[in-house]
Ligand binder design. Structure first.
Ligand code: ZN
Ligand code: MN
Length: 139
């Protein structure tokens, strides 16, 4: 992680423990929208003393600081995204993968909202990815 970034995190009043840094780095290098469990399982071998609560609490802090976004697509499992630039998602109902949709051009704002001030919006497309679609076809 570079100096400028570290400085930026410190400017947010974020205490940077090695575990917090590892969680941040893991998220920044990962576009799979991992859950808290995924992050915990990936980092546990490097931080044997790290508890699941630490991961969970760190994620809450990162969300609060705006460094990470929470994605509530699966009802029982929050997923996390360090790519905070506005974008949309596709959720595969087969393998549960979430992919980023960065092409915002063809999404129209509903006319019901014409008098509202929109600050952000996020579209979630649901369905089956090509692999899952093929598997379903073969059943
Ligand atoms: Zn799939
Ligand atoms: Mn995303």
């Amino acid at each position: 992680m570079n100096e400028a970034k570290l400085k930026f995190y410190k400017s947010l009043g974020l205490k940077l423990t090695p575990q917090r840094l590892a969680i941040l780095e893991y998220l920044e290098n990962n576009r799979s929208h991992p859950s808290a469990e995924d992050i915990y399982n990936a980092l546990k071998p490097h931080f044997p003393s790290m508890s699941f609560a630490t991961v969970y609490n760190t994620l809450e802090v990162l969300v609060e600081k705006g460094l990470v976004k929470e994605i509530n697509i699966e009802s029982n499992k929050k997923r996390f995204d360090a790519f905070t630039h506005p974008h949309h998602h596709f959720f595969c109902k087969g393998c549960k993968k979430i992919i980023d949709i960065e092409n915002n051009q063809n999404i129209t704002i509903p006319k019901e909202l014409k008098d509202y001030e929109l600050t952000e919006f996020q579209v979630i497309f649901y369905g089956f990815c090509p692999e899952c679609k093929n598997k379903r076809g073969k059943r």
